[in-house]
Design a protein around this ligand. Structure first.
Ligand SMILES: C[S@@+](CC[C@H](N)C(=O)[O-])C[C@H]1O[C@@H](n2cnc3c(N)ncnc32)[C@H](O)[C@@H]1O
Length: 181
């Protein structure tokens, strides 16, 4: 995961070419991505769990990073349309209650020439593996609150977002994805 995170943020940083850019991390969790936050641009991090936000706040201070962390639901973002140049998610769309609504909201707040960069796990396209993931989804949902059988690529398309690049990192289950409007 550390390697994948590093590569994800290298990709994000390559896209930063002016100080006026704004970046949103949707679903910050405990703040594992904070160490990779770039300096010098406007950064918002949101999560609908106040506990996660307070843990992330501690990391932000400890790591001396600049960002605004807010309690907010991805499915109902309190940002104006076309605000962000970059949006990052990692391991979030396995637990967003209505993933299509969440993705539509990300699209709404993304600038016309903006990019969404994701590191997400999803249901395998392999017939056997996919069925196993359906069968055991309740276990992961019960034990760590995340679905293992989300059809994230389909959901992305249903939300009207366009994949620019999709890289398989672990089989076809963990992917690094770049999206545009
Ligand atoms: C598995 S954690 C990943 C956290 C972090 N992105 C990381 O890579 O460590 C998923 C996070 O997404 C958040 N989340 C899920 N659905 C959300 C929603 N609708 N709005 C905001 N945050 C959400 C959860 O509260 C949780 O903190």
């Amino acid at each position: 995961m550390k390697d994948w995170r590093q590569k994800l943020w290298q990709k994000v940083k390559k896209k930063i070419d002016k100080e006026s850019m704004a970046l949103l991390e949707a679903g910050v969790g405990t703040g594992k991505n904070i160490a990779y936050y770039p300096n010098g641009i406007e950064i918002y991090g949101i999560d609908f769990s106040p506990k996660m936000i307070s843990k992330a706040e501690k990391k932000l201070k400890k790591q001396n990073k600049e960002a605004k962390l807010l309690e907010m639901d991805i499915q109902n973002l309190d940002f104006e349309d076309n605000y962000f140049d970059l949006i990052v998610t990692s391991c979030v769309f396995c637990s967003v209650p209505d993933p299509i609504k969440g993705l539509e909201e990300l699209k709404r707040v993304l600038k016309e020439d903006g990019r969404i960069i994701m590191l997400e796990h999803m249901r395998s396209q392999n017939k056997f593996m996919g069925k196993m993931m359906d069968l055991f989804n309740w276990v992961s949902l019960y034990t760590w609150g995340a679905n293992i059988n989300r059809r994230t690529i389909e959901n992305i398309k249903k939300a009207g977002l366009e994949p620019v690049e999709v890289n398989d990192l672990m089989s076809d289950i963990v992917k690094e994805i770049e999206l545009k409007k």
